[in-house]
Write a protein that binds this ligand. Structure first.
Ligand code: MOS
Length: 747
């Protein structure tokens, strides 16, 4: 494969597609990788948040004297002495901006809200100072849960999707159906629980600010902080090379991060603030619970006649983020009539936020369950039913898919799993220990999107290069995958390319969210390399002393640090030779990554997959274990199969978590989350992770972007959760519509 950049043909595929191990692996396993909270500038103080134990009301009093008297405590920040901000924390100056609790007043709007910050010489003193504040509060009755006849219909869901979408006449489709399903699925509130909690080390120098803080989008963080403090963005320096996970919660600057900056302002010294695990449950976002009503109609031939997917969800009393759970129904199955609708109630919690396949994860668990129920009602194998209703074009928009190898995913996954041996009826299989065994399938889907990103590449006189952008590594191996794409753009071996990232002074790489980062940043890096090579080639082709002189029309090829004539590849010279003759120390290239609006207009761009799950269920205890998962995914070009597989494994483990483990439990009287810790908020541990296989299904996408890359970060969760629930039905004959699957329903 080759891509044209001017008259230069940069070969693709020399690094791309290689299963290279992580370039930062050694740094991480030896503890050398520097995470935000590892930075300790001289004179640094420690800050600890005091948070509210009520969910609604106000703070009446704090024992400031006791806290200040504690040895080592330097200052206590409250609404009375909090330094001023240029923007009110409730202002929303643009899209992707959420309201924050920054000690603007004495109001409490959810449990776990920051109400004061104690700053001390040591972490221990700050923690003790926070305890000594012993807040007195006035609690007001809390409103929680999904019930209520005062639900509102939002205009948009998630980050700006229409709240309602329709095609065809759903009621007519349902009326005409031979088989109908009307089922309610419920998903719980979930919290991100990245291994690294939100953290910040903030240091002021006059009106210049340096922050070390985990961020999925450095330039957005820089802009947001600059806006809040009324600073030119260049005065705000954000460093974030590595994240211990983000999952959406580090996509935007959160309140506690800004409180760390305010604390440093107040005391005039650098301050470090790290959230305690329980403090992650409130001010930094979560996935809201949903109650989803699926109404499906099908003919006697198993063809769907209508799908209505209604989502009831909740948001905070003071801001809007609506889990966009209906979106999957726009994409997955063909039906002559489809409608998705949403309404929501306002509750006394923190504002929900993007979390691991926001919308697709919760929505697909309901849709995949309903599809499975309808297959059973039609007496059909669930895979056959899915193929019967295969969407050849995106159902809701009628647009063709830019590429869609879902049929191959079904076929390859089913073959590998042994699906052909599955009994149609439930409760037919047992293992050697007498446990019930079931097999289920779920379809995975996630949109292939791009944000805007830029990159810079510099060819150096010695034939090596630098490629750089303000990206970060969330733990998924971005430093490696992106360096591979940069090397290909430069026509160099990976080892010749120095990769720099994690700093807001580098070109804005956009946001690592929506599974879009490799596409956005990768296209930008590849383009930056190709731009530098085009300049180099122009020099050589205009120089009589070069073997490339006059190659203009036929063009040149960049490979292994050499430019070669396309019409005679034995004639060429090294980058270093060209630069030496031209007397240049370096050549710079720039690149941009963004979705082409024409592609967006004409095509539906999605990754797809099929996940096959085996579970065992103890007939006496109801205990469910996922024992085997085979996922087959088609997501365009594969940058690094080792890393891609690892992303799919991670996604599938989230799916296990969604189906069987995760939920935040709230005390209905107080609004406090009762399991705000990793002991009781269950996520899979190694013993819960089944045998995993991820098949990388070949898919060439000529449209989605010049490299044909879709995203792989979040799709794994979407097929897996439904596949597991469907396998539980197949094991037991019990259709569970609540998540995580309650064992008592299986007895
Ligand atoms: Mo992801 S929830 O788009 O960071």
């Amino acid at each position: 494969m080759a891509e044209t950049a001017g008259a230069v043909h940069v070969r693709r595929g020399s690094s791309m597609g290689q299963p290279i191990t992580r370039r930062d692996g050694r740094l991480k396993v030896t503890g050398q990788a520097r995470y935000a909270a590892d930075n300790h500038p001289p004179g640094m103080l420690h800050a600890v948040l005091a948070v509210s134990s009520i969910a609604r009301g106000r703070v009446v009093a704090l024992d400031l004297a006791a806290a200040r008297a504690h040895p080592g405590v330097v200052e206590v920040m409250t609404p009375a002495n909090r330094p001023p901000l240029a923007q009110h924390p409730d202002d929303k100056p643009g899209p992707f901006v959420f309201r924050m609790e920054l000690l603007q007043d004495d109001r409490v709007r959810y449990a776990g809200q920051p109400i004061a910050v104690v700053i001390a010489e040591t972490l221990e003193a700050a923690a003790e100072g926070a305890r000594l504040l012993a807040p007195r509060t006035e609690a007001e009755p809390v409103r929680l849960g999904l019930d209520g006849d005062d639900a509102f219909i939002p205009e948009t869901v998630g980050p700006g999707f229409p709240a309602e979408a329709r095609h065809g006449d759903v009621e007519a489709g349902l009326a005409a159906a031979e088989r109908r399903l009307d089922a309610i699925y419920e998903t719980p509130a979930q919290y991100h629980n990245a291994m690294e909690p939100h953290a910040i080390v903030a240091a002021w120098d006059g009106d210049r600010l340096t922050v070390d803080t985990p961020s999925q989008g450095l330039a957005w963080a820089q802009q947001r902080i600059a806006g809040l403090f009324g600073l030119p963005p260049d005065n705000v320096h954000v460093r974030s090379p590595f994240l211990g996970g983000g999952f959406g919660s580090k996509g935007l600057v959160s309140g506690p991060q800004v409180l760390g900056i305010l604390a440093a302002r107040l005391v005039g010294r650098p301050v470090k603030l790290v959230l305690r695990r329980d403090q992650m449950y409130g001010p930094v976002g979560h996935r809201a619970p949903t109650r989803q009503t699926l109404r499906l109609g099908a003919g006697s031939d198993g063809a769907l006649t209508a799908i209505h997917h209604h989502v009831r969800t909740q948001t905070s009393r003071f801001d809007d983020f609506l889990e966009p759970a209906g979106n999957v129904t726009h994409t997955l199955y063909a039906a002559p009539a489809i409608a998705t609708t949403t309404d929501a109630v306002r509750v006394d919690t923190g504002t929900p936020l993007f979390m691991r396949a926001p919308g697709e994860a919760s929505g697909s668990i309901a849709l995949e369950g309903a599809i499975d129920e309808m297959a059973a009602a039609c007496g059909m194998d669930p895979l056959e039913f899915r193929l019967r209703n295969y969407a050849e074009v995106e159902p809701i928009s009628g647009k063709p898919f830019s590429s869609k190898a879902l049929r191959e995913c079904y076929a390859q996954g089913a073959a590998r799993f042994g699906w052909a041996g599955r009994p149609l009826q439930p409760r037919q299989m047992r293992d050697a220990n007498g446990l019930l065994v079931g097999w289920g399938v779920g379809t995975a889907t996630f949109p292939a999107i791009m944000f805007q990103g830029q990159a810079r590449a510099v060819l150096r006189r010695d034939g090596t290069a630098v490629a750089e952008l303000g990206a970060q590594d969330m733990g998924q191996g971005a430093w490696t995958a992106l360096a591979q794409l940069a090397a290909d753009g430069l026509g160099l071996d990976l080892g010749q390319v120095e990769f720099r990232a994690g700093d807001s002074r580098l070109p804005d790489a956009g946001i690592a969210g929506g599974s879009s980062h490799t596409a956005t940043a990768g296209v930008a890096l590849h383009g930056a390399g190709a731009d530098a090579i085009a300049k180099l080639a122009a020099l050589a082709m205009a120089d009589e002393r070069s073997p490339l002189f006059g190659a203009g029309n036929a063009g040149v090829v960049a490979r292994n640090g050499r430019l070669l004539r396309r019409d005679d590849e034995s004639r060429g010279e090294s980058y270093a030779e060209i630069m030496a003759r031209a007397g240049l120390e370096e050549i710079e290239g720039r690149g941009t990554g963004a979705m082409d609006p024409a592609v967006q207009e004409h095509y539906a761009t999605h990754a797809h997959g099929a996940v096959f799950a085996e579970v065992t269920v103890d007939p006496e205890l109801g205990q469910v274990r996922a024992t085997r998962l085979v996922g087959a995914f088609a997501a365009g070009a594969i940058v690094n199969p080792r890393l891609v597989r690892s992303q799919y494994y991670g996604g599938m483990i989230w799916g296990v978590s969604f189906a069987l483990h995760e939920q935040a439990v709230t005390d209905p009287r107080t609004g406090r989350i009762m399991n705000a810790n990793l002991a009781e908020y269950h996520v899979p541990v190694n013993a819960d992770v089944p045998s995993l296989e991820a098949i990388l299904v070949e898919e060439h996408d000529p449209h989605v972007n010049p490299l044909g890359i879709k995203g792989v970060g979040e799709i794994g969760i979407t097929g897996t959760a439904g596949a597991i629930a469907n396998a539980v039905w197949h094991a037991t004959g019990v259709r569970v519509r609540r998540f995580p699957i309650p064992l008592e329903q299986l007895l």
